[in-house]
Design a protein around this ligand. Structure first.
Ligand code: AMP
Ligand code: MG
Length: 410
């Protein structure tokens, strides 16, 4: 326990430097959806894999139909028919046409396709009234992807387009990093589960839901354990029960200077978890370390809901992303015009809640309410954090501030 304030960066670096990306393994494509690729994937086949027709029509030799017009149509015998996936006819001679469907392989000898619309759709013979350009309506082999092309770079998050491409080149699986399993415990003898009766001195446990949802949004598998009372024994038991399924543990509450700060009381004696104060508001009391034989990382967050959420944003989100092999670790920031003046404590970085808008084509932000760290209503209304540096105690309306938009994918 130190009295000195640690900077936000130092605390984050402490966490990130003791967390490794989870080991990667080969996962079926749909399991890998949303994960970061842990290999460079090269095309082992070309796309298209063979010259094929882009239209329903007739495969022809261009020279045979070059002169075709409405007035002087070209007549050709139709010597066969090729549907997609039915390529029994492999070659044709000049002076003939082959009926061909979209996606079907072009027979050797043909070089162009006359669409149905320029013909009489003849079965034994076809009348062609217009000529394609040489090679027109043919999709050449390798036009899209050449064998050996780099398709997905290591670290790329596999979205629908990447998953589709990997399948299109015949990959059933891809090496990727799994979703971290994050166990979430909220501490507080005053807490009650939503849906149960609330006494005059109790509050509903919003944090375990907030943190579980945030963890899931970050890509993790969240195990919401729920409420643990302010009894070190109960906390330790709950923690030990959960360790087997945890790549990371999050706790909320019980880390400040109160009489019943159960997380600190239970973990400080282990000597593997640091507790201290970070130069931020809200979210000053923080803790981080490892527990159990497997040295599972544990991040202990303060109990006030807004503090808990902002601490998640600053410390847990980067940790989850690092485990998943995703970069960047922290949210991209933007500049915004501050609409109302904002007070900020000396020596601490304030993460104020704000609502984004656009004023005269410029990103703007309006601080929400009195900025209390218990105000989850205001938090829910906001869609950005306004970052006020440690040295600044007042920002005037009209000044430019740094914001962290909270709803953007990155
Ligand atoms: P603590 O950090 O345990 O001292 O809690 C600080 C404040 O946050 C107290 O007012 C708690 O009642 C409140 N709080 C703690 N945990 C939660 C939670 N899971 N959901 C809602 N409020 C909480
Ligand atoms: Mg508490």
């Amino acid at each position: 326990m130190t009295d000195e304030l640690v900077s936000v960066e130092d605390h984050r670096d402490r966490i990130l430097s003791s967390i490794d990306p989870l080991p990667a393994f080969d996962q079926p494509l749909m399991e890998a959806f949303g994960l970061a690729a842990a290999e460079d994937v090269y095309a082992s086949v070309a796309l298209p894999g063979f010259d094929n027709s882009a239209m329903d029509g007739y495969a022809v030799v261009h020279a045979d139909v070059a002169s075709a017009t409405e007035e002087n149509p070209v007549h050709l015998p139709v010597v066969g028919e090729i549907g997609a996936g039915q390529a029994s006819l492999l070659a044709m001679s000049p002076g003939t046409a082959v009926k061909i469907m979209t996606g079907a392989p072009l027979p050797a000898g043909a070089d162009s396709v006359v669409p149905y619309e320029w013909t009489d759709r003849g079965v034994a013979n076809v009348v062609i009234t217009s000529s394609p350009e040489p090679g027109q309506h043919v999709r050449p082999r390798g036009e899209d992807v050449a064998e050996g092309d780099l398709l997905v770079q290591e670290g790329t998050v596999l979205g629908p387009r990447q998953i589709g491409l990997l399948a299109a080149v015949g990959r059933p699986s891809v090496r990727s990093r799994p979703r971290p399993r994050v166990v979430i415990l909220s501490t507080g003898s005053e807490l009650r589960e939503p849906g149960t009766p609330l006494g005059h001195d109790a509050v509903y446990d919003g944090n375990s839901f907030l943190l579980a949802a945030a963890a899931r949004q970050a890509g993790a598998i969240a195990y919401r354990v729920g409420i643990v009372p302010d009894e070190p024994r109960a906390f330790t038991d709950a923690l030990n029960d959960q360790l087997v399924r945890a790549d990371m543990v999050l706790t909320s509450g019980g880390v400040s200077m109160g009489d019943y700060d159960v997380v600190k009381e239970a973990l400080a004696p282990l000597g593997t978890v640091w507790f201290g104060a970070v130069a931020m508001q809200p979210g000053k009391p923080q803790g981080f370390g490892t527990i159990g034989e497997d040295r599972v990382p544990i991040i202990t967050l303060p109990g006030n809901p807004v503090s808990s959420y902002i601490s998640f944003e600053q410390f847990v989100l980067p940790a989850i992303r690092r485990m998943m092999g995703r970069t960047p670790y922290t949210r991209p920031s933007a500049d915004a015009l501050l609409i109302d003046g904002l007070r900020s404590p000396e020596g601490r970085r304030q993460f104020a809640r704000g609502i984004l808008s656009v004023v005269d084509g410029r990103l703007a932000v309006t601080p929400v309410g009195p900025q209390g760290s218990h105000m989850i209503g205001d938090l829910a209304e906001s869609d950005a954090l306004i970052v006020v540096p440690e040295k600044v105690t007042w920002v005037e309306a009209g000044e430019t501030v740094t914001v962290l938009p909270l709803d953007e994918e990155f």
